[in-house]
Write a protein that binds this ligand. Structure first.
Ligand code: 13P
Ligand code: SF4
Length: 311
């Protein structure tokens, strides 16, 4: 790309010309969040994708999120800046192995976290996100056995909080596993009045130190509304961009990894998307999400159940 090109102006021009909507997750670079039509957590973004009347959805997030947009809006063209933007939770749950696991437990209802492939969704009864998981699990009769995949930390958190045994797939998010309890304790000692907000993808030894545990949008709300002037944020630090915009007089500190700072907790998959790739993706209308129709139809059922249950 010509380095003199005004990427912001080009993106603005192309999005109008092509009737495209730009959706971005809170973990995207600040400049991408700023140019997006809508920024949100994975539940908000799936709702937006289902409702939009734009002809093309440009999804600035990771691939499973763009797949959700395509599953819910199959008539639209769905593109994402970098097709290599995967997710370690998705990688930890290969569809063939998951299918065997599900078949081996026919008396279990299958709940999957939205962070998984379309093929895994196709073998799922209800999808959940961290925004609605507690509500959805609570709505299932107590004697119903449950498989929860692929995030064992979110599954473990729900099990403990709701006092409910679930058969957990052993996947994890490499980003949320990087936080160091030892460094977090040191940081808390330095800022004794700062509350900690954590994502439930964090291991239990981090969640135990949190004053609030929830999805990215709930962390944003907690951090900006809490009366304290300093907040410790145990999730991907991209979200701090929105916090600083909403509450410019407060200080938001990303929870540290073992090296004592939070830069190691940047999601390497989310970081693959750049302004330049966003421009190219709008211009070239690709890379495009394409799904086999049978998988799409099967994956849509548990996603629609999720949307109905979280309405
Ligand atoms: P949210 O649904 O809270 O936005 O989380 C998505 C995600 O990938 C967290 O790592
Ligand atoms: Fe996946 Fe973790 Fe990145 Fe979220 S932060 S997209 S769960 S690897």
């Amino acid at each position: 790309v010509d380095p003199t090109l005004d990427l912001v102006a080009e993106i603005q021009r192309l999005r109008k010309e092509k009737n495209a909507v730009i959706l971005a997750h809170y973990y995207q670079a600040g400049e991408i969040q700023d140019i997006a039509d809508f920024v949100g957590d994975s539940l908000d973004l799936s709702r937006k994708a289902a409702e939009t009347d734009a002809e093309m959805i440009v999804f600035c997030g990771v691939r499973f999120m763009a797949e959700v947009a395509k599953i819910l809006s199959p008539q639209k063209k769905v593109v994402l800046p970098d097709m290599a933007a995967g997710c370690s939770l998705e990688d930890s749950c290969p569809p063939d192995e998951f299918e065997k696991f599900v078949k081996a437990h026919p008396d279990h209802m299958v709940l999957s976290y939205i962070n998984c492939s379309a093929a895994v969704k196709a073998h799922t009864d209800i999808i959940v996100t961290s925004s609605n998981a507690e509500h959805i699990v609570s709505s299932i009769p107590q004697d119903q056995k449950i498989i929860f995949a692929p995030d064992r930390h979110l599954g473990g958190f729900l099990s403990r909080k709701l006092g409910r045994d679930m058969l957990l797939w052993q996947g994890t998010c490499i980003v949320h596993e990087m936080f160091s309890e030892k460094e977090l304790i040191k940081l808390k000692a330095k800022h004794p009045d700062a509350p900690v907000a954590a994502h439930p993808e964090c291991p239990d030894n981090i969640v135990q130190h949190a004053d609030h545990v929830g999805s990215t949008s709930s962390i944003l709300k907690f951090a900006t509304e809490h009366p304290a002037d300093t907040i410790i944020v145990a999730t991907e630090p991209g979200i701090i961009h929105q916090m600083e915009k909403a509450a410019p007089n407060k200080t938001f500190i990303g929870a540290p990894g073992a090296d004592g700072n939070c830069s190691c907790n940047t999601c390497p998959f989310m970081a693959l998307n750049t302004m330049e790739k966003l421009y190219l993706c709008l211009r070239d209308e690709g890379p495009e999400i394409e799904l086999d129709e049978h998988t799409r139809v099967e994956a849509e059922k548990p996603l629609r159940k999720m949307l109905d249950l979280s309405a």
